[in-house]
Write a protein that binds this ligand. Sequence first.
Ligand code: GAL
Length: 781
Amino acid sequence: MADSHPRPTRRGFLAASGAALLGAVVAGSAGHAAPRPDTARLGDFWLFGRYDDGCTELGFDEIDLSPVQLPHCVTPLSWTGWDPASWQDRWIYRKHFTVNAAERHVARFDGVMTNASVFLNGALVATHEGGYLPFEVGLPGVVPGDNVVAVVVDGRWALDVPPNLPRGGGPSVIDFYQPAGIYRPAAIGPVPRIRLTDVFARPVDVLSPGRSLHVTCTLDAPVVAEVTASVRQAGRELAHGTAPVAGTTAEFDVGGLGAVRLWDVDDPALCDVVVTVRSGPVLLDQRTVRIGFREAEFTPGGFFLNGRRLKLTGLNRHQWYPFAGGAMPDRVQRRDAEILRRELNCTMVRCSHYPQSSAFLDACDELGLLVWEEIPGWGRIGDAAWQEQNFRDVSGMITRDRNHPSIIVWGTRVNEANGTTAMYGRTGRLARRLDPSRPTSGALASSTGARFAGSDVEVLAYNDYTARRGAPFQLRPPRAGVPYLVTETIGTISGARAYRRTDPAATQQLQAELHAKAHDLAAADDRYCGLLAWCAFDYPSGWQRSVGGSKYAGVSDFFRIPKPAAAFYASQGHPLVRPVVEPGFAWDFTASPGGPGRDVTIWSNCDRLQLFLDDRPIGAARSRRTDFPHLRYPPFAVDLVVPRGQRPQLRIDGYAGEKLVVSRRFSGDRSRDVLGCVPDDTRLRADGADATRVVVSALDRFGTLRAGTTGKVTLALTGPGELVGDPVLDLGATGGAAAVWLRPFAGPPGVLTLTARHDSLGTATATVTTSASGSADGSRS
Ligand code: GAL
């Protein structure tokens, strides 16, 4: 990780750490009757280093440790060429915190890769296995004054936890790298004496006006108390219900919800359920969970949301990022959901192949992006101990996430691992017990799909890689009598080995055509509930068909910058919401001196496209409806042959009906290209746990990416923050565009300025203002 701004000193960090912790603890105790550690985001200042003898002891000499902010990855990474040896080790994180009185404390970790041993003041208090689910550790030994939590993080592949299988080889035997670290948020703080440990609010009979909410609350100790659940929408209470606690649980129905607005992909109306536990006049605990009322039904004849047929259209998402591994703050996680729903028009995402961050799932709830979530695992099943861990993962995943309305199916089978019917029978039963409202499934491998018995899952899901190179693209027909969903297709198996912006235009166009064809075929037959193609973003991998430690299967690159294949997805939204005209070719006479050629494609949701060269009309583009009979918005074809030596400007006007809805220009003149340096957000929080992406790219004078640009961009950051990225970007290697992330330090507000310089494109800057942690802004601008 490069850092062009001096980091705060270790002493400064420690002072700030103590102050932040104390402040939050005090605010939590006084300002809220039932403070929770997950509202006190105190995980930002930790001391970090390689594991050393004695590093878990209270009095360990911390001189060699460095202050870090969570989420954190143990090793600096680039955007490609990751070496698993750099994180395959044991590491130590230490956190000092001050306690005023002998209150009950817990530490909560949203995700630690891969195993964690947690020590309080030198004594082991808990261990946790597996990198994708949260865990909470009681801290009964806290003392008034200084305390230290030490976490030994073991990132070695040697550990036999899903998806790892050490006996099968090293980290490259599965198709994604998993760098170590406390890579999701963590918090340490006081909690009430008696706590709500779980609330599950399950909508029932959603489509009938007599709909209700079945509420199950669990406390961590038996108590004589009463639980109330208040159901609120748009700030107004719709209904409430009350029940006594019996032992440690309270279970009851809330009726009177006829007026609720349903949650849908185009109108994701959410509800808050505020659960309060009181013993007489004493408030013991309170928690709010967010839900949505929707009915999601997979049938042999297709998928229905709230009784309306909906073709599930989407992509698979891996959670990895350049430079940071999985350790990107919530805002960055949320951005992926936004790209998928708003820019690529997906109605569904598959969280392949593990539970993903809560921030991502929250954004899916808010954006109306349906979700397949699955347990960690890839291709194989381990021994009895591995299977026990798998069982715990099913439980952990469903318990963490069952209030999310966006999740419509649980992947309780290990991706592409058949066999061990006994294990799947058990996990399927567990899933149905924990959540009777959703079906279970598991993505089957092509070779074994035909033998699916259908016993332990309700949805047959299939990674359909039947189409092979050279042959016309096809899908297997749906299986009669079972709900059928395509969970993967294309990837780098059905077409080229890699889809990079540096690959020939024909290769990149092939990826776009295959994605369009797959969705066209799925749209043609109502029995396909939908199709989730492989995949949204490039990802780090050392497996089959990876190139230099990266897998170039994404329709967007690792930086989340769209490739030509993304244009197909972008073009499937309504033209009056977002009119799209995206050429499937480069208007670049250095790369193709005679122009793009005959029959080249333009992805668009317009009814009609008119083309101009240097503002002289050259006619309309031809619809490719016959190639894609079932797409909502088929692309267009056009002949664009230009006499050698000429470099005209191309203009494309797009019409919806008779209305001109978009006009785009593309420059043939490279001499006027510029450098872009554009942040996703211009305001961030200075709390150490916020970040935004800055896209650095070569652009023609009208703002279109010039993929064929080479040369280096040098970056310099000023201001109180960290550059999460390489300080020099090689545009020749990335295809004319790349990105870095800016992450403000926790501390006083300020201004971050990123300056990007390229020899021929010049200089560009991005400016981001940070505001004090806890202040209301820092929102997207
Ligand atoms: C599938 C697998 C995915 C990915 C893909 C490669 O078999 O489920 O995780 O590896 O192949 O294109």
